[in-house]
Write a protein that binds this ligand. Sequence first.
Ligand code: TLP
Length: 347
Amino acid sequence: MSERVSDFRSDTVTRPTPEMRKSMAAAVVGDDVLGDDPTVQELEEKSAKMFGKDAALFVPSGTMGNEMAINVWSRPGDEIIVEARSHVYLYEGAGTAVISGVQVCPIETSDGVMPIDKIRASLRDSTDIHCPRTSLVCIENTHNILGGRVLPIDYLRLLRAFTSEHGLRIHLDGARLFNASCATGIPAAEYAALADSVMFCLSKGLCAPIGSMLVGDSEFIERASRVRKMLGGGMRQVGVIAAPAIISLDSMVDRLEFDNERCHQIAVGIAELPGLLLDPKTVETNILIAHLEPPAPSAGELCEALEARGVLGLPLGDDTVRFVTHHDVDADDVARLVDAMREVLRG
Ligand code: TLP
């Protein structure tokens, strides 16, 4: 294997920039559990403002932020509606069941957009003693495992009207919401206005080393902060990691458009290869999911062959592979990935 590695496994692999490292050393800190850390306060105020919400809470991970929101919006024995390939359903260790005691009702889609009719048909009759109460709809924008798809704003408006009519809450897993904003030009606050709570990640394309934010109204954040403490997510002199996160919000958001563009270039470069099922039109942001069929090798074998050429991708099962663009891959890395894919798949 050559020395340089082009790592497309995830945007979570991004490292803090030199400016972020400096900010960590210089950060003014205090005990955040006691409400004393000015750097965390600055990050929370900035986040709330960007998302047009009352308040925000710094949390150690996106997973914890999602699970905290689910816990606040539901009671044990409730049912929540989730997309069938969403992160909260597939990749949070059944935290919904373990932490909040809720049952999930997954809805299958090809693009993350759960049809309102299907949601309506999934609502449970809470007046019937046999049924759980439906309390929450979780959405994911962009949708990771369905290939970084952006949920259309018109759909989100319809969903909001529907949930208001039925007394349901909406939690938005916006781990990569800024990638959606860059793709559509729609500000994060406009998306956030159509949800009761939003989680977004600082440690993915925005390059911060650790952390995510949960935003919502004051009462929600007050309740969420109790849940964070219960889960062991109350952190002390955490200004050292809030400082680079502030740089993320100030200077890493707009550049996500390059990641989106590069991902599209990869899609165009590899779409015609034998055994690859991929429509470049569906690659809207920084995640590319391609399905494989003969004569292509399995996803595991493909990733091994790529690794031998200094390129990393992520196999998702036997017949699906994921490539994610981010701050730490440039145009040369993109060319390397496309060349390596051509070499391997054309045999
Ligand atoms: N996603 C990771 C893996 O866990 C799959 C990745 O490499 O993409 N929501 C969404 C939509 C996510 O993609 C992720 C992480 C999370 C939540 C959780 O964030 P963290 O890793 O901070 O807990």
